[in-house]
Design a binder for this molecule. Structure first.
Ligand SMILES: [Zn+2]
Length: 234
Protein backbone atom coordinates (compact mmCIF):
# COMPACT_ATOMS: atom_id res chain seq x y z
CA UNK A 1 0.00 0.00 0.00
CA UNK A 2 1.30 3.34 -1.02
CA UNK A 3 2.27 5.34 1.93
CA UNK A 4 -0.23 7.92 2.75
CA UNK A 5 0.69 11.36 1.81
CA UNK A 6 0.57 13.79 4.59
CA UNK A 7 0.33 17.33 3.82
CA UNK A 8 2.21 19.52 6.12
CA UNK A 9 -0.10 20.87 8.69
CA UNK A 10 -0.41 24.53 9.10
CA UNK A 11 1.56 25.39 12.17
CA UNK A 12 -0.74 26.28 14.98
CA UNK A 13 -1.16 29.96 15.40
CA UNK A 14 0.84 31.04 18.35
CA UNK A 15 -0.87 33.69 20.33
CA UNK A 16 1.47 36.61 20.28
CA UNK A 17 3.45 36.75 23.50
CA UNK A 18 2.97 39.53 25.95
CA UNK A 19 5.28 42.35 24.88
CA UNK A 20 8.42 42.08 26.92
CA UNK A 21 8.80 44.97 29.24
CA UNK A 22 12.05 46.49 28.07
CA UNK A 23 13.94 48.28 30.76
CA UNK A 24 14.80 51.80 29.70
CA UNK A 25 18.40 52.59 28.81
CA UNK A 26 18.75 55.18 31.54
CA UNK A 27 16.35 55.26 34.41
CA UNK A 28 15.41 56.32 37.89
CA UNK A 29 14.22 53.63 40.29
CA UNK A 30 10.48 53.34 40.83
CA UNK A 31 10.92 54.74 44.32
CA UNK A 32 12.31 58.03 42.96
CA UNK A 33 9.53 58.24 40.35
CA UNK A 34 7.02 57.76 43.13
CA UNK A 35 8.61 60.49 45.26
CA UNK A 36 8.58 62.86 42.29
CA UNK A 37 4.88 62.22 41.54
CA UNK A 38 3.88 62.64 45.20
CA UNK A 39 5.78 65.93 45.27
CA UNK A 40 4.12 67.08 42.05
CA UNK A 41 0.71 66.14 43.37
CA UNK A 42 1.40 68.35 46.36
CA UNK A 43 2.10 71.28 44.01
CA UNK A 44 -0.53 70.74 41.33
CA UNK A 45 -3.29 68.93 43.15
CA UNK A 46 -4.54 65.57 41.96
CA UNK A 47 -6.45 66.99 38.97
CA UNK A 48 -3.57 69.19 37.88
CA UNK A 49 -1.22 66.23 37.96
CA UNK A 50 -3.70 64.14 35.97
CA UNK A 51 -3.76 66.78 33.24
CA UNK A 52 0.03 66.88 33.13
CA UNK A 53 0.31 63.08 32.99
CA UNK A 54 -2.16 62.91 30.13
CA UNK A 55 -0.36 65.59 28.17
CA UNK A 56 2.92 63.74 28.72
CA UNK A 57 1.26 60.48 27.56
CA UNK A 58 1.92 58.96 30.95
CA UNK A 59 -1.69 58.24 31.81
CA UNK A 60 -0.56 54.87 33.17
CA UNK A 61 0.56 56.72 36.30
CA UNK A 62 -2.80 58.40 36.86
CA UNK A 63 -3.84 57.47 40.39
CA UNK A 64 -1.32 54.65 40.09
CA UNK A 65 2.09 55.77 41.24
CA UNK A 66 5.10 53.49 40.84
CA UNK A 67 5.76 51.08 43.70
CA UNK A 68 8.34 52.03 46.32
CA UNK A 69 11.05 49.67 45.09
CA UNK A 70 14.42 50.05 43.41
CA UNK A 71 13.57 48.58 39.98
CA UNK A 72 14.98 50.96 37.34
CA UNK A 73 11.72 51.43 35.46
CA UNK A 74 11.20 55.19 35.22
CA UNK A 75 12.91 56.25 32.00
CA UNK A 76 14.80 59.51 31.90
CA UNK A 77 12.66 60.49 28.88
CA UNK A 78 9.50 60.00 30.94
CA UNK A 79 10.67 62.40 33.63
CA UNK A 80 11.90 65.01 31.17
CA UNK A 81 8.65 64.55 29.18
CA UNK A 82 6.69 65.27 32.32
CA UNK A 83 8.66 68.47 32.87
CA UNK A 84 8.00 69.50 29.26
CA UNK A 85 4.26 68.96 29.81
CA UNK A 86 4.39 71.13 32.95
CA UNK A 87 6.09 73.92 30.95
CA UNK A 88 3.46 73.62 28.22
CA UNK A 89 0.55 73.83 30.64
CA UNK A 90 1.92 76.50 32.97
CA UNK A 91 4.35 78.43 30.73
CA UNK A 92 8.14 78.30 31.02
CA UNK A 93 8.37 80.51 34.11
CA UNK A 94 5.38 78.96 35.86
CA UNK A 95 6.74 75.52 35.02
CA UNK A 96 10.13 76.43 36.42
CA UNK A 97 8.60 77.51 39.71
CA UNK A 98 6.48 74.36 39.94
CA UNK A 99 9.49 72.09 39.36
CA UNK A 100 11.53 74.09 41.86
CA UNK A 101 8.87 73.60 44.52
CA UNK A 102 8.36 69.95 43.56
CA UNK A 103 12.13 69.50 43.98
CA UNK A 104 11.90 70.86 47.52
CA UNK A 105 8.94 68.64 48.33
CA UNK A 106 10.82 65.67 46.83
CA UNK A 107 13.49 66.09 49.47
CA UNK A 108 10.87 65.79 52.18
CA UNK A 109 9.46 62.56 50.72
CA UNK A 110 12.96 61.33 49.89
CA UNK A 111 14.16 61.82 53.44
CA UNK A 112 11.35 59.59 54.56
CA UNK A 113 12.29 56.92 52.00
CA UNK A 114 16.06 57.20 51.82
CA UNK A 115 16.77 58.72 55.22
CA UNK A 116 17.29 55.28 56.71
CA UNK A 117 20.21 54.70 54.35
CA UNK A 118 22.19 57.57 55.80
CA UNK A 119 22.87 58.73 59.28
CA UNK A 120 21.82 62.35 58.77
CA UNK A 121 19.69 62.36 61.84
CA UNK A 122 22.18 61.01 64.31
CA UNK A 123 23.68 63.14 66.99
CA UNK A 124 27.24 63.03 65.61
CA UNK A 125 26.02 64.62 62.39
CA UNK A 126 24.09 67.33 64.17
CA UNK A 127 27.14 68.23 66.27
CA UNK A 128 29.41 68.69 63.24
CA UNK A 129 30.35 72.21 62.14
CA UNK A 130 27.98 73.67 59.55
CA UNK A 131 30.56 73.65 56.75
CA UNK A 132 31.11 69.92 57.20
CA UNK A 133 27.39 69.17 57.35
CA UNK A 134 26.92 71.03 54.07
CA UNK A 135 29.72 69.13 52.34
CA UNK A 136 28.59 65.77 53.70
CA UNK A 137 24.97 66.51 52.80
CA UNK A 138 25.94 67.17 49.18
CA UNK A 139 28.15 64.09 49.06
CA UNK A 140 25.43 61.84 50.42
CA UNK A 141 22.84 63.20 47.99
CA UNK A 142 25.23 62.70 45.05
CA UNK A 143 26.02 59.19 46.27
CA UNK A 144 22.33 58.26 46.47
CA UNK A 145 21.70 59.47 42.91
CA UNK A 146 24.85 57.78 41.56
CA UNK A 147 24.15 54.51 43.29
CA UNK A 148 20.41 54.17 42.77
CA UNK A 149 19.83 55.93 39.45
CA UNK A 150 21.61 56.39 36.13
CA UNK A 151 21.97 60.10 36.82
CA UNK A 152 25.69 60.76 37.20
CA UNK A 153 26.80 63.50 39.57
CA UNK A 154 30.30 64.74 40.35
CA UNK A 155 31.03 67.32 43.01
CA UNK A 156 33.85 69.81 42.89
CA UNK A 157 34.68 73.01 44.71
CA UNK A 158 36.36 76.28 43.92
CA UNK A 159 36.65 79.30 46.18
CA UNK A 160 33.36 79.98 47.93
CA UNK A 161 31.33 77.52 45.87
CA UNK A 162 30.61 73.87 45.34
CA UNK A 163 29.76 72.73 41.84
CA UNK A 164 27.24 69.97 41.28
CA UNK A 165 28.02 68.59 37.81
CA UNK A 166 25.65 66.21 36.08
CA UNK A 167 27.04 64.61 32.95
CA UNK A 168 24.05 62.37 32.33
CA UNK A 169 20.95 64.27 33.36
CA UNK A 170 17.59 62.59 33.77
CA UNK A 171 15.70 65.86 33.89
CA UNK A 172 16.64 67.63 30.69
CA UNK A 173 18.37 65.22 28.30
CA UNK A 174 15.65 65.49 25.66
CA UNK A 175 14.74 69.11 26.20
CA UNK A 176 15.65 72.32 24.46
CA UNK A 177 15.13 75.48 26.48
CA UNK A 178 16.38 79.04 26.72
CA UNK A 179 16.45 78.96 30.54
CA UNK A 180 18.24 76.36 32.69
CA UNK A 181 15.79 73.46 32.85
CA UNK A 182 16.78 71.55 35.97
CA UNK A 183 15.03 73.62 38.62
CA UNK A 184 13.80 70.38 40.15
CA UNK A 185 17.41 69.64 41.10
CA UNK A 186 17.89 73.22 42.33
CA UNK A 187 14.85 72.81 44.63
CA UNK A 188 16.07 69.46 45.89
CA UNK A 189 19.50 70.91 46.72
CA UNK A 190 18.00 74.00 48.41
CA UNK A 191 15.84 71.88 50.65
CA UNK A 192 18.60 69.41 51.46
CA UNK A 193 20.88 72.26 52.53
CA UNK A 194 18.10 73.90 54.50
CA UNK A 195 17.61 70.62 56.32
CA UNK A 196 21.28 69.87 57.08
CA UNK A 197 21.84 73.43 58.30
CA UNK A 198 18.80 73.55 60.56
CA UNK A 199 16.80 76.01 58.41
CA UNK A 200 19.38 78.15 56.63
CA UNK A 201 19.11 79.23 53.02
CA UNK A 202 21.88 78.73 50.50
CA UNK A 203 22.49 80.29 47.14
CA UNK A 204 21.80 77.53 44.59
CA UNK A 205 21.81 78.39 40.90
CA UNK A 206 22.00 76.27 37.75
CA UNK A 207 24.68 77.94 35.61
CA UNK A 208 24.90 75.50 32.68
CA UNK A 209 22.31 73.10 31.34
CA UNK A 210 22.30 70.38 28.67
CA UNK A 211 18.85 71.62 27.58
CA UNK A 212 20.50 74.96 26.67
CA UNK A 213 23.20 73.23 24.66
CA UNK A 214 25.84 72.98 27.39
CA UNK A 215 27.85 69.80 27.83
CA UNK A 216 26.84 69.28 31.44
CA UNK A 217 24.24 70.58 33.84
CA UNK A 218 26.21 72.52 36.42
CA UNK A 219 24.70 73.95 39.58
CA UNK A 220 26.68 76.37 41.71
CA UNK A 221 26.12 76.17 45.45
CA UNK A 222 27.41 78.80 47.86
CA UNK A 223 29.38 77.18 50.68
CA UNK A 224 28.03 79.63 53.25
CA UNK A 225 24.37 80.34 53.89
CA UNK A 226 23.25 83.45 52.02
CA UNK A 227 22.24 86.48 54.04
CA UNK A 228 19.28 87.26 51.83
CA UNK A 229 16.79 84.90 50.27
CA UNK A 230 18.21 83.38 47.09
CA UNK A 231 16.68 84.79 43.94
CA UNK A 232 15.09 81.42 43.24
CA UNK A 233 13.66 80.88 46.70
CA UNK A 234 10.11 82.13 46.62
ZN1 LIG B 1 19.97 70.87 33.20
Amino acid sequence: MAPQQWTATVPPTVSSPQPRVELPQYAFPNKMGRIFLLALEEELGRNGLRAVLRLARLARFEDNYPPANFEPEIAFEEVSGLLVAIDELYGPRGGRMISLRAGRASFKYGLHDFGGLVSFADLAFRLMPLSLRVRLGLEVLAEILNRYSDQQVQLSQEGDNYFWRVSRCGLCGERSTTLPACSLMVGLLQEALCWVSGGKLFDVEEIACVAMGDEQCITRIGKQPSAALGTEYA
